[in-house]
Design a protein. Structure first.
Length: 322
């Protein structure tokens, strides 16, 4: 199973307890270097502006600023976003910045895209949230524009929502024919059809119980558009809390105490939990269901380097069992 991990960013309150913006940024950078050293195959960021699930006056670092930094401070893992909200940046600008980051990273960029869902954040930052249909239409046009600007020397485009005239997007991405496009979501009628038409990777964000139905819908869309389903890599997202005894579990909650999360609620929310073998078995069930890779978020991600963080435990003791 392919393994990726979300780096410290602040969106999930994971940098609460680290004092000061400079120290928080250093934590992001230092942990990212450690994650590369530990052998994680890909490093990921969210694309959000303020904290979740509680809106607090806390740092949340911007996704593409982090992308450019990760390109500079790492050399092996692939780098991506789960997922870039296409309405936060014009598609031509997204094509430009992603091309530059792919060059800066030596061709290691994954471009994750989605239509956006966090209505409160849209309103707070002055973005028009629009209808579901309008957001998905913009997502499709963005996918078309990315392909066009990544490949054509001079490109023009006229769609329902975007119009471009003689765009020069240089440098082009290093990857051939283009960076991997990841689409996140599971809307059955439109979103999964876009996956079938445009995606190299589909990232499912939901429960294992709901996964098989969405997978079959995607296969149906692939048949309808004439796409070989096997061309699409399928991934999912998971939290994780591995502990073999109460002391390990207590230690985990001590590390995230400053985040003021409800212990019972977090334990209910995280599905991949229990002993190292129980966590491995949970991941085996995903593999059996047709999942090719997992991207993890660990609430104690800022403590990487301690030897006992969940990122280190999972990489050393859980993923090695698969």
């Amino acid at each position: 199973m392919q393994s990726g991990i979300l780096v410290p960013q602040g969106w999930r309150l994971d940098l609460v307890g680290v004092e000061g913006a400079e120290a928080k940024w250093k934590t992001f950078a230092d942990v990212s270097v450690c994650l590369e050293r530990d052998g994680w195959e890909s490093l990921w960021v969210y694309d959000h502006f303020h904290t979740f699930p509680r809106k607090r006056v806390e740092a949340t670092f911007e996704a593409w600023t982090m992308m450019s930094t990760l390109a500079a401070i790492t050399s092996k893992p692939r780098l991506g976003q789960l997922v870039t909200c296409v309405q936060y940046r014009e598609p031509s600008y997204l094509a430009k910045i992603s091309s530059c980051v792919d060059v800066a990273s030596g061709g290691r960029l994954n471009v994750g895209v989605g239509s956006g869902w966090f209505e409160e954040e849209f309103g707070a930052y002055g973005y028009d949230f629009r209808t579901v249909r309008q957001r998905l239409e913009r997502l499709e046009e963005t996918l078309q524009i990315l392909r066009l600007l990544w490949s054509e020397e001079v490109a023009s485009f006229e769609g329902k929502h975007y119009k471009l005239e003689e765009v020069i997007c240089e440098p082009k991405p290093l990857q051939s024919p283009r960076p991997q496009v990841w689409i996140g979501g599971r809307g059955p009628k439109v979103l999964l059809r876009l996956v079938a038409e445009y995606a190299d990777v589909w990232n499912f964000n939901g429960s294992l119980a709901d996964f098989p139905e969405s997978l079959e819908i995607l296969k149906g869309h692939c048949r309808d558009v004439g796409r070989d389903f096997d061309e699409i890599t399928v991934t999912a997202m998971s939290g994780g809390i591995a502990y073999d005894n109460d002391d390990e579990l207590d230690s985990f909650f001590e590390r995230i105490q400053a985040q003021q999360l409800n212990r019972d609620n977090l334990m209910d929310f995280v599905s991949c939990k229990g002993s190292r073998e129980q966590c491995a078995e949970y991941l085996r069930e995903w593999e059996k269901a047709g999942c090719d890779g997992m991207v993890f978020f660990f609430q104690d991600i800022a403590s990487v380097g301690s030897g006992v963080s969940q990122a280190e435990v999972f990489k050393r003791d859980v993923l090695s069992l698969l």
